[in-house]
Write a new protein. Structure first.
Lengths: 124, 124
């Protein structure tokens, strides 16, 4: 582990070979994980410039302003970085569902004894 | 988006080209994000077999039984999968700090106006 990364105050995002960094997006109020996506440098810059979450869509291969079409904008309250600076944590106030299925978050299934089963809780 | 993945009850982890899937590990009690790591098929199998989190260490290129040396075992309470099945959410009971720095979680710095600054809250 690189000690210059884990104790520094210098923000040094470690982009992967594909130019992306993983972003875990949580509800700023509850801390619940909403979704996991990726950012390239442009997406991070756009997020910082607007305080609204932007990602890189790997499937569409384009900058993705979350909520631009659905209305489910994610206002960014805080961005954290992990010890080795290869992952970001976005704390957001979501204006709508994070998941394209219309669910509040993307983690609506748990692994059970017979495959996946729905998560039944208030937050899902 | 693949509809056969996002509504099925069949667990179909989508391994990346590198054979890995992203795992976000949260405290089962609080929901707070502890760390983000990766699993290969062996790590997932070992996790399911033991109910203790195993990852693939990309830096050491070896199976990583979390806490095997530090004692900070993560007992897995539940595993969730996201809509397109390319990310896992591990809900764990940690026996110690998730971070190699000794901190409870890896996200102990936030992006401020002058670079990174310490997160000062009970959970960090």
């Amino acid at each position: 582990m690189n000690a210059t990364l884990d104790e520094t105050s210098v923000f040094t995002p470690r982009w992967g070979a594909d130019g992306l960094i993983t972003a875990v997006t949580v509800d700023a109020a509850s801390g619940a994980v909403l979704m996991v996506a990726h950012m390239n440098a442009d997406a991070l810059a756009a997020t910082l410039a607007t305080n609204e979450a932007h990602y890189w869509s790997r499937s569409r291969r384009e900058l993705w302003h979350k909520g631009a079409t659905s209305g489910a904008i994610q206002r960014v309250v805080e961005i954290r970085v992990d010890c080795d600076q290869d992952c970001l944590l976005l704390m957001v106030e979501p204006a709508g569902p994070a998941c394209h299925t219309g669910r509040i978050n993307c983690f609506y299934r748990r692994l059970g004894n017979n495959g996946l089963e729905p998560v039944t809780e208030r937050s899902a």
